[in-house]
Design a protein around this ligand. Structure first.
Ligand code: PGA
Length: 256
């Protein structure tokens, strides 16, 4: 089964809405129709930019999928400062990143909370990109596989069989995020293959449809090698997604 890669730009807390509009316009200018035939491309602006980007994508008929970086698990309620999946759905958001390691580390998100968010994202007709990944300590201690397995099982615990084949998992080793230090293509492949077998053990045959992204210092020079790996179906890109030329270079990677 051939899986269509998903390449996602995680803008994190960068760009105001004017800058964000400029970035998608430049990006759209850099990419060609055939690029979107090979891969799906999603952009994940901060919440304050989503409405602006939605309008531009719609007006200019751009091929980008709109994404968000997080959401609350509840559809509404007394949660000051939070944004609900129902609100994102209304803005034509298709993909929502949940459980990014920055949120796990800085906002104390647990696998249980990530599972509730992933379930709620599906309930609002969007697809969660569930992030997992080990720290350097875990890797050096030989615990990387076990840690990631626990995260995968815990974070997907509330999903149905059908949802397990639609969910996107992003494997992002924490030590590779924003450091310029990428996992080797072989190590990334080994972990993504492990993740696929963990999901298969819960779920059965549809694990072949599951898309697994690699994330952590992906750039124009390493994208092709990573994407050539059998179990890597795209990339979650932070820093290099903030510049149109570098993100376009990743999207239009040449197969090796
Ligand atoms: P990076 O971030 O590409 O800047 O390492 C990736 C991510 O955090 O999703």
């Amino acid at each position: 089964m051939s899986r269509i890669p998903l390449i996602s730009g995680n803008w994190k807390m960068n760009l105001n809405h004017f800058e964000a509009i400029q970035l998608v316009q430049k990006l759209s200018y850099e990419l060609r129709n055939h690029d979107y035939e090979r891969v799906e491309v999603s952009v994940h602006p901060p919440f304050t930019n989503i409405r602006s980007i939605q309008t531009v994508i719609d007006a200019d008929r751009m091929n980008f999928r709109l994404g968000a970086q997080n959401c609350h698990a509840e559809a509404s309620g007394a949660f000051t400062g939070d944004v609900s999946p129902a609100m994102l759905q209304k803005l034509d958001v298709e993909f929502v990143i949940v459980g990014h390691s920055e949120r796990r580390a800085l906002s104390g998100e647990t696998d249980e909370l990530v599972a509730a968010k992933a379930k709620s994202v599906f309930a609002h007709s969007m697809v969660p990109i569930v992030c997992v990944g080990e720290t350097l300590e875990h890797r050096e201690g030989g615990e990387a596989e076990a840690i990631v397995e626990t995260q995968v099982k815990g974070s997907l615990a509330d999903l149905s069989k059908d949802q397990l084949s639609q969910v996107v998992i992003a494997y992002e080793p924490v030590w590779a995020i924003g450091t310029g230090q990428t996992a080797s293509a072989e190590d990334a492949q080994a972990m993504c293959s492990h993740i696929r077998s963990v999901v298969a053990a819960i779920h059965g045959p549809a694990e072949t449809e599951l898309r697994i992204q690699y994330g952590g210092s992906v750039n124009v020079s390493n994208a092709a090698e990573l994407m050539a790996m059998e179990d890597i179906d795209g990339a979650l890109v932070g820093g290099a997604s903030l510049e149109a030329a570098s993100f376009a270079g990743i999207v239009s990677f040449q197969e090796v």
